[in-house]
Design a protein around this ligand. Sequence first.
Ligand code: NAD
Length: 558
Amino acid sequence: MVLIKVNSSKVTYGEDIIRSEYSYESSQVQEGPDGSFTVTPYNVEMKVKTGAKVPKTGLMFVGWGGNNGTTFTGMCLANKNKLSWESKRGHHTADFLGSVSQIGTFPLGLNAAGEEVFVPVRHLLPLLDPTSMEIDGWDISSMNLADGMKRAGVFEWSLQEQLRPMMASLVPRKAVFFQDFVAANQADRVDNVIPGTKWEQLEQLRRDIRDFKAKKSLEKVIIMWVGNTERFAELAKGLNDTWANLEMAIKAGAHEISPSTLYAVAGILENCAFINGSPQNALVPGVLELAAEKKVFIAGDDLKTGQTKLKSVLMDFLVGAGLKPESVVSYNHLGNNDGKNLSAPQTFRSKEISKRGVIDDMVLSNKELFQSGLGGPKPDHLVVIKYVPYVGDSKRAMDEYTSAIAMGGLNTLVIHNTCEDSLLAAPIMLDLVVFMELFQRMQISVRDSAGISHHVEMEMGQLLGYWLKAPLSTMTNSLFRQRAGLENLMRAALSLPPSNNLFLVKGALQKEVMKNQTSVVTNKSEIISTNNALNKKIAGHVFATNNGVPAKKELYAA
Ligand code: NAD
C-alpha cells in the first residue's frame, strides 16, 4: 500500500502509472598522463515511469523442497495466516524480520521541527505483497513441503504443527538433474526427475511454467534457483558462449550444460525473470545474450546472508577508515544439506569463488593502501567450509580480520556469527523477488538534445547486489552503498533528490523553507516534498551552482 504522496509538479500519480521527472547529477572524470584528474559535473534530465498496479505474481523455486524453499514458503504462509506460536523464549508472531521491503525504512526528509522522518520502504511505491503471491516449484526429491520443513528443522515445532496442514499438499514438480554437477552424497534424495533428452527436459520446464501461470491465473512468474550449489560448468567457445551455440548444445545434449542453465533458459524463453540464489555459473554468456535479446531481467549469483554480508560491511569500514586489512580468514561449519553438498571439492570451489570476490572492489577503492590494485599484494583471503551434521541449519561463521594500523601496529577483529542460515536467507529471497518485480514495472528514459527519447538499461547486478554475494555486474560490493543506490532509485521514481546526508538546511533556514512551502501536510500518512523552485533557491545559497555543463546524454543512451 502506498501511503506517501509527493506533492510536486514533477510527479503525477496516474491510475496505471506513476510518472516522475528527475534530474540525475553525476561527474565525469578524466585522468591525465601525470596522474591528475579533471572532473566535470553534469546532469541529465530523466523520466521514470513506474507501473502503479502490481500484477498477480507467482514465484517458482528450483529446489522448492530444500531448507530455503520450505522456510520461505512457511514464512509466507505463517504471515498470510497471522500465525503465532510458543517457544521456550516466549510468544512469537509471524514476521518478515530481515526483509528490507517489509521491515526496512528509508529517510524521507526533515519535518518542520528539523527532525528526520523515516518511512517504511513498502509505503513509497506499490510493491508485491508476499502474502498474496502464489508459490510453486521443482525438486529432485518428491517429498512434500510439510515433510521437507520437518527435515529442514528450521521452525519451532509448535509452528511446524500449524503449518503442516497447509504444506502437506504442496509437492514439487519433477526436476532436471545431472548427478555430475552436485556432490555424490546427494544421490539418495533423487526420486523426482524429468525423463528425456536435455531439449525435452527444457520443453517440460517451459510447460511447467505455463501450467502454473494458467492454473493460478498469473500475469507474471519469477523463477529463483535455490537448488544445491552445482560445480562450475565449463565455458567454451562453440558451447555456451552465444545463445545460438548454447541452443545447439542443448539440442545435442552436451555434457557441460548444467541443470541451472536449463532452468534459466526455460525461464527466459517464457519471459520470466530468473534469479540465481547459488554460486555456480548458471548464467553463462549464451544465457546473458538470450536474456538481453528477450529483454528479460536476470540476476545472480548467490544469496548474501551472513558471513559475506558482514564482510562487505567490515571491509568497507576498514578500507574506508584508512586501515589496511592484511588477512581475512573465514571459517564456516554447518550441518544442513547445503553443507553436506559443499563437502565435495567441486561444489565447494563454486562457493569459494563467490565468497572471495567480495573484497576486490574495496581493494581497488584505495590506491593509497593497495598501490597496485588487484595485480599487486592484496589481503590474504581464505575461506574454509566444513560439514558438521549436528549443528544443522545453524551455521557457525568465524572470521578473523587482521589490519595494519598506524606506525607498525596491528588490529585484529575476531567475529563469531551463528547464522541460522535459512531464516536469514528467506527474507533476502523475498526482497530479491519483490524488487525484481518492481524493477520490471519501472522504465527510465532520457531525452537527447534532438528530443529523441532513449531507454536507460537498469543493471540488476547493481540494483539487487545488496542481496547477492557475487552480482553479475556491479560497481561496488559495499553493502551501504548498494542500499543507498536502491533507496535513491526509489526516490528518483518520486522525483525526490538522492539522500545527501549533509543536513545543511536545518534550523533557521529549515523554518524558512517550511514557511514558504506552498503545500500543506493534510494528514499523517501524507508527506509533502518541499516546493521545487524554493529548493533551487535554497540550493543556490548553499552550493556552488553547476555552470551549465552540458548533459552527457550519450552515457545514458540505450
Ligand atoms: P538444500 O540442500 O536444503 O536445498 C536444495 C534443494 O535443491 C534440495 O531439496 C535438493 O533436493 C534440490 N535440488 C538439487 N538439485 C536440483 C535440481 N537440479 N533441480 C531441482 N531441485 C534440485 O539447500 P538450502 O540450504 O536450501 O540452500 C539452497 C542453495 O542456496 C544452496 O546452493 C546454498 O549454497 C544457497 N545459499 C544458501 C544460503 C543460506 O541458506 N543462508 C546463503 C547463500 C546461498
